[in-house]
Each structure stands twice: as structure tokens, then as C-alpha cells.
Write a protein that binds this ligand. Structure first.
Ligand SMILES: O=C(CO)COP(=O)(O)O
Length: 254
């Protein structure tokens, strides 16, 4: 792993204020964090509280609306999550695509809105099991990214992270092989070079997500072109999340 690995916990629809102690515990185990960049994306309701609770780690949101303000009952804009303390937002997660019918075009306008609001984007992509079985995973992911990334970016390296999350690996305990992850990440890197040029593309981190846990993290993080992990279930307790952070630090040292 070339640069500092980036380990991000996506709490999804989990967590009340009782979980702030987990965020605090993650933050306080900062000894190893010098080698690893660590962040949490709690639900909207906890962004501000987590932001106030932590000193070392980043805090972000799991989604935002494409607009800036207005008559959108129940929605939250990028500027609002930024105001609550979010420094990044996860966009295009497969659960948003599936459960809320989010299209690539909508996701692209959310990406633009987030960048406009001055927060970083973790853009998710990933194929279904059917698409992988058909041998079309790489072309599918490439189409997803082409459809949801802005055509040009001034500083992709500073504002953009990609997360490859095969849908069939999310919450299932199944993961692709290290070779398959490496092949997909190389394909994503090639697309970034095509879109933004070699220099900028080289600095965009590409995370792997899907059933990452403390036991498999070391192997998965050592795969080619993997710059970190987006973690769901195993980010819900400090103990398991820190196990992954530790694995990332060990891979970094190798
Ligand atoms: O969707 C994910 C993170 O965004 C992955 O979730 P799990 O780690 O629970 O498989």
C-alpha cells in the first residue's frame, strides 16, 4: 500500500447516542492512527455529536441531497452535513441505488453538490452477483463510474475516493478473491487515468468494501491497488473496527 491507508466505518442505519462511546474509543486508540487515516460515517442524527466527541478521526455523512436548500421534506443537503461537522459524504452506495432508485445521473449531481459545499466524496460502485457471473463486472463498474463522476475535476486527488463494493459481498460474509479485487481496482485506476490524467488519478484512493472484518482485513488490504476499506457491520464496535485499523497499519509497515 503506497499512501496512508484509509479505513472508513459506515454505520448505516445503526446508532443512537449510546454508541458515542464506541466512536470515542476508536478515536482514543489513536496511537496507530498516524499510519492509518480513520473515519466514521454515522447516521445524520449523530454527525454533530460524533464530530464533537472525536479529535483524531474524520466524520462524514452517508448521503446528501443533490440540491442546496428548499422544499424537500426529509432531505438533507451537503451544506447541512458540512455544517454539522461532516468532512466527507458517501455517495452512490448500492443500498441507496437499490432502496431509493438512485441513478448514476442523480449520483453525479450529488457528487457535484458535495464538492460545491467543500466536502470530500467517497463514491461507491459495485456489481451484482449475476453481473459478475456473466463476466461483465468490470465493464459494469466502469459504466457506473463514468455515469456518476463529474467530467472534470480540478483536484481529484484531494476530493475523491472510490469504494468498490460488490453487492453480493455486502453483509454476506463472502468476499471476492484477492486477484479479483486487484483486477477490478486496476480497471478502476485505468478509468481514472482516462478521465483525469495519470498524475491526479494516481493519488485517488480506491477502497474495498464488503464483509471486511478483523480476520480477513490483512489479506484484503494487501490486494493490488487497494488503498483502504469501507466497513459496515464490523465498524459498529470499537473492538472489531480497531482490529481492521490495526491490520491496515500492519500491511502499511510491510
Ligand atoms: O456496505 C458496506 C460498507 O459501505 C459493507 O458492509 P459490510 O461490511 O457489513 O459487508
Amino acid at each position: 500500500m503506497a499512501e496512508r491507508p484509509y479505513i472508513v466505518g459506515n454505520w448505516k442505519m445503526n446508532g443512537t447516542r449510546a454508541m458515542l462511546s464506541e466512536a470515542r474509543a476508536i478515536d482514543r486508540s489513536s496511537q496507530r492512527l498516524m499510519k492509518v487515516e480513520v473515519a466514521l460515517a454515522p447516521p445524520f442524527t449523530l454527525i454533530h455529536a460524533v464530530h464533537r466527541e472525536v479529535e483524531q478521526i474524520g466524520v462524514g455523512a452517508q448521503d446528501c441531497h443533490a440540491g442546496t436548500e428548499g422544499a424537500n421534506t426529509g432531505d438533507i443537503s451537503a451544506a447541512m452535513v458540512a455544517d454539522a461537522g461532516a468532512k466527507f459524504v458517501i455517495l452512490g452506495h448500492s443500498e441507496r441505488r437499490q432502496d431509493h432508485g438512485e441513478t448514476n445521473a442523480l449520483i453525479r449531481s450529488k457528487v457535484e453538490s458535495a464538492l460545491e459545499a467543500g466536502i470530500r466524496v467517497i463514491l461507491c460502485c459495485g456489481e451484482s452477483e449475476e453481473t459478475r457471473d456473466e463476466g461483465k463486472a468490470e465493464s459494469f463498474v466502469s459504466r457506473q463510474l463514468k455515469g456518476s463522476l463529474p467530467e472534470s475535476l480540478d483536484n481529484a486527488d484531494e476530493v475523491l475516493t472510490i469504494a468498490y463494493e460488490p453487492i453480493w459481498a455486502i453483509g454476506t460474509g463472502r468476499t471476492p478473491t484477492v486477484d479479483d479485487i486487484g483486477a477490478m481496482h486496476r480497471s478502476i485506476r485505468a478509468l481514472l487515468v482516462e478521465l483525469y490524467g495519470e498524475e491526479m488519478a494516481a493519488q485517488v484512493r480506491i477502497l474495498y468494501g464488503g464483509s471486511v472484518n478483523p480476520d480477513n482485513a490483512k489479506e484484503l488490504l494487501a490486494a493490488d491497488e487497494v488503498g483502504g476499506a469501507l466497513v459496515g457491520g464490523a465498524s459498529l464496535t470499537a473492538e472489531s473496527f480497531l482490529g481492521i485499523v490495526l491490520a491496515a497499519a500492519e500491511v502499511q509497515e510491510q
